[in-house]
Design a protein around this ligand. Structure first.
Ligand code: SME
Length: 158
């Protein structure tokens, strides 16, 4: 496909995800390189939603290590159970944090981040990484984001 996205300028999140998901499928189609695919997925999400930070941390041994992302520079390693990312990994479930300052142990890679969602990525019944999204606004993520972001990470082949 052409390497440009059609961006829906709607305030309806569901409409935005429904436009984006087939385009992500097309970007991933026929490409086996993980780094290339993670890079394009983070770029596509950033372009559609204009979030502050969107990217991947990958499980390497007993830590999550920074992978492809879009946004400001970020912490490179997060131990299991630490921060929102490490907690999502340990608890093996999506965590939605409306106010990061109210989350015990939140890791502030940037003081500008106010709310966050972290989706663990399951592959062959193991967690291989997480998708982390940060917003500069409070309370930006809900069940719609959880549902569609979980659907998006299932498209990835590790
Ligand atoms: N806030 C995350 C750390 C990663 S950065 O937001 C990119 C956390 O608490 O795990």
């Amino acid at each position: 496909m052409a390497e440009d996205l059609t961006i829906v300028r709607s305030t309806d999140k569901k409409e935005q995800y429904l436009s984006l998901i087939p385009q992500i499928e097309a970007l991933l189609y026929g490409e086996a390189d993980l780094i290339a695919n993670l890079a394009n997925v983070s770029a596509a999400l950033k372009e559609q939603f204009k979030w502050f930070w969107v990217g991947f941390y990958l499980v390497k041994g007993d830590a999550l290590v920074l992978g492809p992302f879009q946004g400001p520079v970020a912490c490179t390693r997060i131990n299991k159970g630490k921060g929102v990312c490490g907690a999502a990994w340990e608890q093996a479930k999506t965590l939605t944090v409306p106010d990061v300052e109210a989350f015990p142990g939140h890791i502030a890679c940037s003081s500008l981040s106010r709310s966050e969602i972290v989706i663990p990525i399951f592959y062959n019944d193991r967690i291989v990484g997480v998708l982390d999204v940060d917003s500069e606004e409070l309370d930006q993520f809900d069940q719609t984001d959880a549902q569609y972001l979980e659907q998006i990470v299932k498209l990835l082949q590790f």
